[in-house]
Design a protein around this ligand. Structure first.
Ligand SMILES: [Zn+2]
Length: 273
């Protein structure tokens, strides 16, 4: 689908006659099919490889979520991490991207969609790793405002120290989950706090739920971090962080929101031992 859209925009820009997209449709269809087949074969190859021992050590050291999985699910998590690392373009900006950082970026992305094995990130932006938090011009100044940011269709930016500390048990925030929640929000082309892949009735239910939660947050009656007050988009991302970082509290204080996320992500972290 993305390839078809790209082909169409390209033709539009070079001023091709309107018949061109129709004439090229079978060609584009074959191209998309070939891209998908190649990706699926490459993924199978990656999944069949032995999971690197330094990556496993990073999972064991930092990722509690992985440690409490059954042996079968650990193997599936490792495979998903390996496939994600192979798919993603992770670039360090004035910093080196170590194996640990790669594994933590991938773990954030994989945790979010682990309950839905058939899901994948279809339009992953380049992931930029910064050595510190940054300001709105992406400069690491003495007054940084952001630990992470998504620039739709362009880049996902993460501060390395914030990413690492997100995996500490006592840390209430999780910049990796927060930014990948934004990616999932935007994958349907709309940045609105409603995640991708929902039919119209379900979208409306989500919209109403997120609006109610936003009112609650702005009244100071929410258990979510106050950054959730910003707007619907941030409320969704903050709720995702809370769902994984403090699920029992979210379930106790925001039962409806917890249930909506549990159903959508097909995971029940509050129910884990
Ligand atoms: Zn955000």
């Amino acid at each position: 689908m993305a390839a078809a859209v790209v082909a169409f925009s390209l033709l539009w820009e070079i001023g091709a006659p309107p018949v061109a997209p129709v004439a090229l449709a079978p060609l584009v269809g074959a191209g998309v099919g070939w891209v998908l087949l190649r990706r699926s074969l490459r993924r199978r190859r990656v999944a069949a490889r032995e999971f690197p021992e330094p990556w496993r050590r990073a999972l064991e050291r930092y990722v509690r979520y992985y440690m409490v999985l059954s042996p079968e699910d650990r193997a599936r998590f490792e495979r998903d991490v390996a496939v994600f690392i192979d798919d993603a373009e992770i670039t360090g900006v004035n910093t080196t991207v170590t194996d640990d950082v790669r594994v933590l970026v991938a773990s954030s992305a994989v945790m979010l969609v682990f309950g839905r094995p058939s899901w994948e990130y279809s339009d992953l932006p380049e992931i930029l790793i910064y050595p510190k938090p940054f300001d709105e011009d992406f400069r690491c100044t003495s007054h940084p405002e952001f630990a992470g940011m998504v620039v739709p269709r362009n880049a996902l930016v993460l501060s390395r120290p914030a990413l690492v500390s997100s995996f500490r048990r006592e840390e209430p925030f999780h910049v990796g989950l927060h930014e990948f929640a934004h990616v999932v929000d935007f994958e349907d082309g709309q940045f609105d706090g409603v995640p991708r892949g929902l039919g119209l009735p379900a979208r409306r239910r989500w919209q109403r739920l997120i609006e109610r939660e936003l009112v609650r947050a702005r009244r100071g009656e929410s258990a979510l971090d106050e950054y959730a007050r910003t707007n619907e988009v941030e409320l969704f991302a903050v709720a995702v962080e809370s769902f994984f970082k403090d699920p029992r509290r979210l379930r106790a204080r925001h039962g409806e929101l917890y249930d909506a996320l549990r159903e959508y992500l097909n995971q029940d972290p509050a129910g884990r031992p």
